[in-house]
Design a protein around this ligand. Structure first.
Ligand SMILES: [Zn+2]
Length: 142
C-alpha cells in the first residue's frame, strides 16, 4: 500500500482577505512571484507583513522578489480535515534563504509525508484559489 501524497485544500474553500500591508504579497503571488517585505531603511525582512519595521520602526518597505527556494523549519502532518476525512496535508513553517529572518507558512504538496523533514529544501509553486487569487505552496526540490 502506498502512502497518500500530501495535497492542499480544494481551491474553492480557500479564501484570503487582503489589506494595505498584505496586498502586495498577494498581487505578486497572482503573477507567480514570491516576495517579502524588506525594511527600506535598515534592510530587515518581516513576514507576516507589519505596518512598522520591528527593528527600526520605519514604515518604508521594499517588496523584494525571492527565488522561491525555502527550507522546512518545522511542519505537521494533518490526516483529515472537517468534511474531508481522506485528505492529507503537510503544513510547514519555512525559512526563506533569500530573506533571512523571515518565515512563511505554507503547505508542502506532492510528497509522501513520511519523507518530509526539518531542513528539507523545497521550492515554491502557485495554486489558484477562490476569486482568482493564488497561494504559494511548496514541493520538494529535486
Ligand atoms: Zn528597519
Amino acid at each position: 500500500m502506498s502512502a497518500a501524497l500530501a495535497t492542499s485544500l480544494p481551491a474553492e474553500i480557500v479564501q484570503i482577505t487582503t489589506d494595505a500591508y498584505t496586498e502586495p504579497f498577494w498581487l505578486a503571488a497572482k503573477e507567480d512571484r514570491l516576495v517579502a517585505p524588506k525594511c527600506a531603511d535598515c534592510g530587515t525582512f518581516r513576514l507576516p507583513p507589519t505596518p512598522f519595521c520591528p527593528e527600526c520602526r520605519s514604515k518604508a518597505v521594499d517588496w523584494t522578489e525571492l527565488s522561491g527556494r525555502a527550507e522546512v523549519f518545522s511542519y505537521s502532518v494533518v490526516h483529515g480535515f472537517p468534511g474531508l476525512p481522506d485528505i492529507t496535508l503537510v503544513a510547514a513553517v519555512l525559512d526563506l534563504p533569500d530573506a533571512p529572518g523571515a518565515r512563511l507558512i505554507g503547505n508542502i504538496v506532492d510528497v509522501d509525508p513520511a519523507v518530509v523533514h526539518i531542513g528539507m529544501p523545497v521550492t515554491v509553486q502557485f495554486s489558484t484559489i477562490s476569486d482568482g487569487w493564488k497561494v504559494p505552496q511548496f514541493r520538494p526540490l529535486d
